[in-house]
Each structure stands twice: as C-alpha cells, then as structure tokens.
Design a protein around this ligand. Sequence first.
Ligand code: HXC
Ligand code: NAP
Length: 267
Amino acid sequence: MAPSVFAPNLLAGKSALVTGGGSGIGAGIARLFAQHGAKVALVGRTAQKLEATAAAITASGGVATVHPCDVRDFPALEKAFDDAASANGGLDVLVNSAAGNFLAPAATLSANGFRAVVDIDLCGTFNACRAAFAHLSKRGGSIVSITATQADVPTPLQCHAGAAKAGIAKLTRDLALEWGKLGIRVMAVAPGPIEDTEGMSRLAPGDAADKLKSRVPLGRYGTIDEIAGATLFLVSPAGAYVTGATLLMDGGTSLLGPGPFLEMMGG
Ligand code: HXC
Ligand code: NAP
C-alpha cells in the first residue's frame, strides 16, 4: 500500500462498517480505515473473503470483525449492524461498496438480470443506510456510497448498473437533506476505471483494458488506494462540512462522455 498522505489515526476511536469489504475497493477502504485507527466490520456474502481481509487487517495491528450476509436481506443486515455495533462500541461510519455487475445488451438483458443488479446496488445501499440509521442517529456519523461514472455518462451494455448507480447518487442527496440535522453526513465517491478490481476485469477484460487506458485523460487507471484515500477524506474531520456531494475520481474519463467505452467495445 502507498504511504498515506493524511495525518495518522484520523479515525482513532471510530467504528466503521464496509459492505463489500471482502474484496476490491471495499477491502482497500477497510484496510485504510483500520490503519487510521478505526475498528472495522466487514459485510459480504462470502465468509472466506471477509475473513481473509480481516486477517490482513489484524496482522497489521488493526481490529476487524466479519458479518457474512446479503445486502438484499434486510433483517440479516440489521443483525449484522447490531452485532458490529455491539462488538466495536457503536457505529460512526458506513461505506456502501457492495455491488454486482456484468456487461449485457439491454435488448437481451432479462428482467431478473436488471432487477438483480438494482437490488444489490440501489436497494442494498438503502437497506444498509436504513439499518445504520439506528446507530448513526445516536451520535452522528457519516455514510459514503461507491457509485460510478456510469450514473451520469451513458455507457453501452451498462443500463442496469448505470440506473442503479444514478439511483444511489439521488438517494445520497435525499438522505443528506433528511439526516443532516442529526449530524449524519451522506456522500458518494464516483470512481472511474480502477486497477486490479473485479469490476474492471468484468467491464474491460484483456486487450480492452489497454484500449481504455490509452483514452483516459490521465493516461492510466486509478488505484484502490486512491479511492480509499478519497473516502477517508470525506469521513474524516477534513470533510466535516461536506454532505450530499458525489466526489468524481475518474482521471478525467467522463470528460470524454461515452467515447472511450464505445471505442473499447468496437461501437
Ligand atoms: C446477462 C446475467 C449475467 C450476464 C447474470 N445474469 N449474469 N445476464 N449477462 N453476464 C442474470 C442471470 O441470468 C439472472 O437472470 C440474473 O442475472 C440473476 O443472476 P444470479 O446469478 O441468480 O444472481 P446473483 O447470484 O444474485 O448474482 C448477482 C450477479 C453476480 C450481479 C449476477 O455477477 C454477482 O454476484 N456479482 C458480484 C461481484 C461483482 O459483480 N463485482 C463487480 C462489481 S463492479 P435470469 O433471467 O436468468 O434469472 C461494478 C463496476 C461499476 O459494479 C461500474 C459500473 C456501474
Ligand atoms: P468487487 O471486488 O466485486 O466488490 C464488490 C463486493 O460486493 C464483493 O466483495 C462482493 O462479495 C460484495 N457483494 C456483491 N453482492 C453482494 C450482496 N448481494 N450482498 C453483500 N455483498 C455483496 O468489485 P470492485 O470492482 O472492487 O467494486 C467495488 C465497488 O466499486 C462497487 O460498488 C462498484 O460498483 C464500484 N466501482 C468499481 C469500479 C472499478 O473500476 N472496479 C468503478 C466504479 C465503481 P460477495 O460476492 O462475496 O458478496
């Protein structure tokens, strides 16, 4: 991991829960939060992935608990939040990183395929925010959801994920408005293409990745550590006057509209 540009222990004494914390961007956020002193609770469906991330955190001197469950299952998620809050002394921060995605043309995508992605990404994010509310409303706190540039930029083969992420961006603003007076800040980070992730291995496999990278204005994919650093900024005291905002971190990719994705897919 690259050295942190932040002062140490920005989250000392804090408790955080990360959905999708067993892999990729969510795991990177959990690792950075733990490095900054937070106790982290990891949610995802696959216990082994959560345990591997938790083991890496504890091996580095951090504290991590695992809570395997599906974000589409609200009662199970509520229990995960209760267990995490009991274990870690309440809850201060929620990060929504759980998501599902695949490339599929709208013309052949099944109704169930569309619903599966919206259920995980959008309804799962609402479920987690709703389950977190009981804890965050006790002493204030913050929520960051990981959206995507596809929420705004029309992108081929991505109508399901793009619609779900656009919904999360709107939910972010609505919850920020409703919960601000309770001291709960609600924000999002919208990454562009990120290196070494399941997301990009699905969206731009093999040679397609080189094509896409050559079109990114900054000339490269972003890193998991960069997204984790942005998320840390938002939940830290440095971000204390931010709410309702989505922080775009895409190396300038969305400045080009759908062009890079159309070229990558030969469209
Ligand atoms: C078309 C597909 C499909 C595919 C699944 N389906 N994969 N349709 N092309 N490649 C359809 C199935 O046929 C089924 O519809 C419906 O989706 C539900 O499939 P299940 O396998 O039953 O769903 P489930 O087990 O809930 O799994 C959800 C999943 C899966 C999204 C399909 O891929 C998953 O669990 N992904 C989690 C990991 C992941 O995707 N990580 C990347 C996130 S990256 P029918 O009609 O047959 O019943 C990311 C990038 C962001 O989000 C940038 C873009 C916004
Ligand atoms: P990833 O490693 O697949 O992360 C997604 C995580 O969500 C997995 O750990 C997965 O674990 C979990 N998850 C999926 N469905 C779930 C469910 N129903 N309930 C609970 N957990 C579930 O992919 P990633 O690329 O790092 O993506 C992380 C986030 O960044 C996502 O929100 C994605 O949309 C966003 N994003 C990624 C990119 C990119 O370039 N990679 C770009 C823009 C946005 P299980 O399968 O074990 O449950």
